[in-house]
Design a protein around this ligand. Structure first.
Ligand SMILES: Cc1cc2nc3c(=O)[nH]c(=O)nc-3n(C[C@H](O)[C@H](O)[C@H](O)COP(=O)(O)O)c2cc1C
Length: 495
């Protein structure tokens, strides 16, 4: 009897509660529906006042649906699931092997690989370094051949910047500040390359021009090892940096000397110089003000004759930048107009080959280090870049993955779910600096170790020996397979 009473009582309790909730819920729906049917901005909601919301909510989670349910291991853009997984495994310092063989279609003409040697050499366990600093540099810097590419505080969160810098400190490589300026978060002890963009953040006069005094003060900070003038960036060449209003907090606005909560567009070009002559003079000025630190510039190649002109100007003034950073058009960004990301600038491969060959042709290659960036994420991509003419590499998105980035494609919205590319303090809390700085350290170390292993497999004991001859492309096989001959038969028949 008691049990029955209890059961009936519970049923009545739920019934009456639902009885109240349901009409209120329907009333709210009716109200929303009514409002939507008379608004004039959204046609879908005007025609389908309630169901229309499904479209918007599915559109919001489209990247997640794509990633979790549709994407295969070898696709996914800009980085495939396999590439991301590799970066995560290296960052977590766990087994980064794959089972059962390649998932690539290796008979396609765009397949690329390394020609290994049957006389593979022993793997070097020291991580490779290279000295940066030419004839006029009095404070040369011994750099790792893999470093953190430019990403500003503003684009990335404060926790992300601190974790990157602490990882760089532990692994002895450099951290490029990006154009947003040198901040306390970059000064955690790791080596820093300070980037100066067209907004001159951190060395900016009230009018927005270059301020030599402010520059001198920061450039002589002992953690600043090199200075990079940003001419352009692969994801948006010819367009200045973009800091969306949502990410321009009071703290960031103060650092940059701009108005908070407004979208900040850096000018598309520098006000401190307007041509090749001015650029080289600016290099001289920065070198003087920094007391001889390595000075370089970063660019995405566009009109090739402009780059040649800059090189001729170096020869004319007998002044050479200590390094040139070549960024491919496939490069990443926090925020850029799609037309610029998809339709402007030269891709990584031809750009790097062009820069290297131009410097060789003008007989100045030995005076300048060439740094490159553009989807460097594995040991293979490092070796490939060196074969195309780079001395060393920078990685931006590779290190973002090591911080836990899941390629949610929300860097421009302040809603990055992993706390990497957001200024939302709540989301940022998810990124624990002590854990992620270790991952940054391991990603660097394990990726370079993988490059060392490939080098050894190719029978080489130094990166200086790496050139295009150790690489093969699928289009060669297509050609050779017509003949049914191995690729070295031509030389065999000569004997
Ligand atoms: C979130 C984000 C912010 C970036 N900010 C800058 C910047 O401030 N200055 C710059 O020169 N490049 C910037 N870049 C471009 C990178 O430094 C790099 O050149 C480009 O992404 C290619 O490297 P990756 O393929 O390893 O990402 C940014 C890239 C990303 C993803």
């Amino acid at each position: 009897m008691r049990i029955k009473f209890f059961a009936y009582g519970m049923a009545a309790y739920f019934y009456f509660n639902i009885g109240l909730v349901l009409p209120i819920f329907l009333l709210v729906l009716l109200f929303i529906g009514l409002l939507n049917s008379i608004q004039k901005k959204h046609a879908i909601l005007r025609n389908f006042p309630i169901l229309g919301y499904f479209r918007y909510s599915f559109e919001t989670i489209a990247p997640e649906i794509q990633q979790y349910f549709i994407e295969r291991n070898t696709d996914g853009k800009p980085f495939s699931r396999n590439e991301r997984a590799l970066a995560y495994q290296r960052a977590k310092n766990i087994d980064a092997t794959t089972p059962f063989g390649t998932q690539l279609d290796i008979n396609q003409s765009n397949y690329e690989g390394i020609r290994h040697s049957v006389f593979a050499v022993k793997v070097n366990h020291d991580l490779p370094r290279i000295l940066v600093g030419g004839q006029d540099c009095t404070q040369p810097y011994s750099a790792s051949i893999l470093n953190i590419s430019a990403m500003s505080f503003g684009s990335l969160s404060e926790n992300a910047i601190v974790a990157l810098n602490k990882g760089a400190l532990k692994g002895n490589f450099y951290h490029n500040t990006g154009e947003g300026g040198l901040t306390e978060f970059h000064l955690q002890g790791g080596d820093v390359t300070w980037q100066i963009g067209t907004g001159y953040f951190g060395c900016r006069s009230d009018e927005g021009n270059f301020d030599p005094e402010k520059f001198t003060q920061k450039a002589n900070n002992p953690f600043v090892k090199m200075i990079e003038i940003k001419l352009s960036q692969g994801a948006k060449p010819g367009h200045g940096g973009v800091l969306p209003a949502k990410k321009n907090t009071a703290q960031i606005a103060k650092i940059r000397g701009v108005k908070p909560h407004t979208t900040i567009l850096s000018p598309p070009s520098h006000s401190a110089f307007h041509d090749a002559t001015g650029l080289i003079q600016f290099v001289v000025l920065l070198r003087q003000l920094s007391n001889g630190k390595p000075i370089g510039f970063k660019l995405c190649i566009g009109q090739t004759n402009e780059f040649e002109l800059i090189c001729q100007e170096m020869i004319l003034q007998n002044c050479f930048p200590d390094f040139i950073t070549v960024d491919g058009a496939e490069g990443g960004t926090g925020a850029a107009p799609l037309e610029f990301s998809d339709g402007v600038g030269m891709p990584f491969e031809p750009a790097l080959i062009f820069v290297n060959k131009t410097l060789i042709r003008l007989n100045i290659r030995d005076k300048i280090r060439v740094i490159c960036s553009g989807k460097i994420i594995s040991g293979y991509s490092i070796l490939r870049a060196i074969a195309m003419g780079a001395d060393m590499c920078n990685s931006a998105r590779g290190f973002m993955f090591s911080l836990g980035c899941i390629q949610a494609l929300r860097c421009n919205s302040n809603t990055c779910p992993t706390g990497v590319a957001t200024q939302d303090k709540v989301l940022m809390k998810g990124l624990v600096v002590t854990d992620k700085s270790e991952r940054v350290f391991h990603f660097h170390k394990n990726t370079l170790h993988a490059a060392n292993e490939l080098l050894a497999a190719a029978g080489k004991s130094s990166y200086k020996e790496v050139d295009g001859s150790i690489f093969m492309r699928g289009d060669e096989f297509t050609h050779l397979s017509d003949l049914y001959f191995p690729d070295n038969l031509g030389s065999v028949t000569q004997y």
